[in-house]
Design a protein around this ligand. Sequence first.
Ligand code: SAM
Ligand code: SF4
Length: 331
Amino acid sequence: MNDPAPITDSYNRHIDYLRISLTDKCNLQCVYCMPSKGLKFFRNSEIMTDGEIVRFVRIAHKHGLRKVRFTGGEPLLRKNIVKLIASIKNIGIADVSLTTNGTMLASLAEDLKKAGLDRVNISLDTMKADRYKEITRKGDIARVWEAIKEAERVSLSPVKINMVPIRGINDDEILSFAALTFEKDYHIRFIEFMPASSDGIWRREKCVSSKEILDAISILGNLESFKFRGEGPSRNYRINGAVGVIGIISPISDHFCNSCNRLRLTSIGRIRPCLFSEEEIDIKTPMRNGASDEEVENLFLQAIKVKPERHLINENKTVSEHIKTMSKIGG
Ligand code: SAM
Ligand code: SF4
């Protein structure tokens, strides 16, 4: 069955992608994402239920939604995640994926695949066990490698690895990550460090720009541009002779707003048209107050209508305030 045509926003972008945060809780506390003193988490009663999420996706699917990514917080902390994935796939969503820190993926990967999960992105910012513990403040890197192998084994592919290079913390590992693509068909995605409320560690000078990343990697060989379906905001390359792919995501140095096709749904049920804008539309309260499908549909359409043309992160000096908490919005 063909997907319904996607809705076009005020700037002629086709909006067909929803990132859903399943929880603001996490079993790690990465230095670039969460403050050391921790966060006050939402109460369980505030979080969207499985039924509410499935209902919203069904309504959005009628307007051409074809890609759903679950994120968080750590989405695998969510009870019934396997069942939820199956329900979303049953709606007819063509591409269902998940971004995870990988610490709980190994034992779930096979069931998730059977439920209809297409792909995973696994976050890994270092290959050094001690450094991993420092960055995540508590994680065990062995569990992430296990998850990567298991994801490969059950064909949650291509396996994508998200790495956030931060100057002075892990930027000396950019080459090792890029070199993995000679042995493995992984997609290594370098994501520019974005401002988040994480003990104020964000400084513009700590953000390693996409140009610097590409310049560093070019030592390994010629970089050929690489196109594939559903590549999203990343610019992709293959190093001559490699089997894997290098993706560069540069919201800071070279924003991709003109091709942005996404909305976010926060764990407490607010549609956020742009990661960097505070504007949100509450769908959970109306749903809990008995809103009809048509009323929920109108809120979805309104969110698309108010999606800003671009973020103003580079114009605004108080930029560190912009993403209050990545884990609460859904990174
Ligand atoms: N817990 C899951 C994980 O870590 O993959 C999903 C949520 S996490 C917020 C989603 C992605 O956002 C991860 O790849 C993480 O590295 C990235 N992220 C978090 N804070 C970031 C920041 N300040 N700048 C750039 N990326 C960030
Ligand atoms: Fe948790 Fe992911 Fe944020 Fe790390 S990046 S603290 S794993 S939500």
